[in-house]
Write a protein that binds this ligand. Structure first.
Ligand code: PRP
Ligand code: URA
Length: 209
């Protein structure tokens, strides 16, 4: 069963509250999103395997530990997922970045695919799928299916704000994928926006309101 990790460190919760405020502009919104992505990335990479190596300190030869060869890929769901990539790259600068383009049809609220470009060796990587919003769960589930169709076996999903409906759908359709979220909100409204949420994440990041 997929686990739901609510990463509610006080610094993350504080930054998220600023982002929720409708008076916060795009520049601050973008900066805070990347800061939170970095802080959440710290938790999400907690179980990365370490390997023993031998090094020489200025004093003596010693055994030390380094993150083992298992490589990472960061995959944002366009557009809004792009806002979390730099924060994660500041933690893991050698990760490769793929892109999945999905938009939600405003009438049906169902995701429509328009782009997919992934690293060639994606199936050998630990994949971090990122999107700030998990609402109905349609976009996350479709993106996870696209990754699995290309052979990915080790995937985790990171979002900022989630709705119970989305969490339930991802857990039902992708029980092997752990979800990391900064907040679990109350519900969805009649337009399938998260309540209280923060509005349209893509529009707030890119100033297209
Ligand atoms: C938003 C958000 C997610 C999706 C979540 O993207 O960034 O991708 O909606 O909703 P769901 O869980 O109900 O599928 P949107 O489709 O608005 O596209 P954008 O990022 O290009 O603005
Ligand atoms: N997409 C968003 O950007 N915000 C929501 O609340 C729901 C879907």
């Amino acid at each position: 069963m997929s686990q739901l990790h609510i990463v509610d460190h006080p610094l993350i919760t504080h930054k998220l509250s600023i982002m929720r405020n409708k008076k916060t502009g795009s520049k601050d919104f973008r900066e805070l999103l990347n800061e939170i992505a970095m802080l959440m990335g710290y938790e999400l990479t907690r179980d990365l395997p370490l390997e023993d190596i031998t090094i020489e300190t200025p004093i003596t030869k010693t055994k030390a530990k380094m993150v083992s060869g298992k490589k990472l890929a960061i995959v944002p769901i366009l557009r809004a997922g792009i806002g979390m990539v730099d924060g994660l790259l500041s933690l893991v600068p050698v990760a490769k970045v793929g892109h999945i383009g999905l938009y939600r049809d405003p009438q049906t609220h169902k995701p429509v695919e328009y782009y997919c470009k992934l690293p060639n060796d994606i199936e050998d990587r630990i994949v971090i799928l990122v999107d700030p919003m998990l609402a109905t769960g349609g976009s996350a589930c479709d993106a996870l299916s696209m990754l699995k169709a290309r052979g990915c076996k080790n995937i985790r999903f990171m979002c900022l704000v989630s709705a119970p409906e989305g969490v339930e759908k991802v857990q039902a359709e992708h029980p092997d994928v752990d979800i990391y979220t900064a907040a679990l909100d109350d519900c969805l409204d009649e337009r399938a926006y998260i309540v209280p949420g923060l509005g349209d994440a893509g529009d707030r990041i890119f100033g297209t309101l």
